[in-house]
Design a protein around this ligand. Sequence first.
Ligand code: GTP
Ligand code: MG
Length: 221
Amino acid sequence: MPVKVVMAQKILRANEQVARENRERLQHLPTVNLISSPGAGKTTLLEKTIQALRGELAIGVVEGDIYTTRDAERIAGQGAAVVQVNTAGLCHLDANMVGRALDQLDLDSLDLLFIENVGNLVCPAEFDLGEDYKVALLSVAEGGDKPEKYPLVFRESHAVVINKSDLLPYTDFDMNKVQEEIRTLKPEILIFVTSAATGEGLEAWCAWLREIVRHKRFVTG
Ligand SMILES: Nc1nc2c(ncn2[C@@H]2O[C@H](COP(=O)(O)OP(=O)(O)OP(=O)(O)O)[C@@H](O)[C@H]2O)c(=O)[nH]1
Ligand SMILES: [Mg+2]
């Protein structure tokens, strides 16, 4: 129906304007937008990342959730600055919601900002929030067909974290094949293989985070 298409374009155009304003506000703060299906391990990875970088990088988190504050409580439990955004039924964060969350954070006191998007592999990929990097998380327990079935999020992402590697022996997830399929969608994408449960692969992930912090400091002075 043509009316629906026009509405969607209007919504996305309005979002782009606010995303630009967010990007301006975040010009000195590297920002990573984490996107995955529900339960792939976004919050657990964030908890482990905050622990690993404690004393080194001041991390803030904007927590997107449809209704609850459970993830924000987990992040606050790690001592990081956190703002909860409840989307009240919406399946993704938009730039306006993130802008209001930024009002609640002391951006100058942070070295790195994460946005945990609402658990959903489809809608969040469409919305620019003003972040520097989208990172898609895929857990081995979800099945290896997800990159081909939900290509947009992988094409839009700078990096992919394949999480729950500790569960590989119990699944039919073919690590080489899935990585090939991801690289077919986006050849230059970075791929990290992690277990947020055991800590496997977190060093390489944290090394990349240190790198993007250094890079933005270098670029923006
Ligand atoms: N075995 C294993 N379990 C994990 C791993 N990472 C997360 N989990 C578990 O997976 C479940 C979901 O993890 P969360 O971190 O809450 O996932 P999420 O992506 O934040 O979920 P939503 O916010 O609901 O979308 C929890 O029971 C975690 O303990 C992992 O690497 N290995
Ligand atoms: Mg979560």
